[in-house]
Ligand binder design. Sequence first.
Ligand code: ZN
Length: 164
Amino acid sequence: MPETSISNGKVAEIHFTLTLDDGQIADSSAGQDPMLYLHGADNIVLGLEKELMGKAAGAELKVDVSAEEGFGVRKEEGVQDVPRSSFPGDIEFELGMDFGFESEDGSVMTGWVTAFTDETVTIDLNHPLAGEALHFDIKVLSVREATPEELEHGHPHGVGGHEH
Ligand code: ZN
């Protein structure tokens, strides 16, 4: 049987560790279930997806990703003060909480609470890792065809994937 390698429409199972320039580990699957992602569906950052293209089970690689191909560069206009009255009254705000917002073109954006007072809530639409260069250690465990349902949903199902 020919070895399956990663391409659009494949589901890959990977272990990863994400390190920042200062050596801090921002995220890792070590000690947990590996992560599943659907290639070509924006499940992972662009710079990492590009390097995983064509890799097969057993591949181990280090990938350096610029902020531009990672979680984006920081945009100062992404920080906005929103009147507290525009949120439902029963929300208990916490720093780092995230909210989904519908943008003018109808796409959903995520914003993170970076400050709040009784009157205003400061929302940062920049990803918390925006502006950071990303350094991934990756091990590819398996690669398989996505199911029709996974392709339709745009994400993999099962342990390590999307659980409905
Ligand atoms: Zn689904």
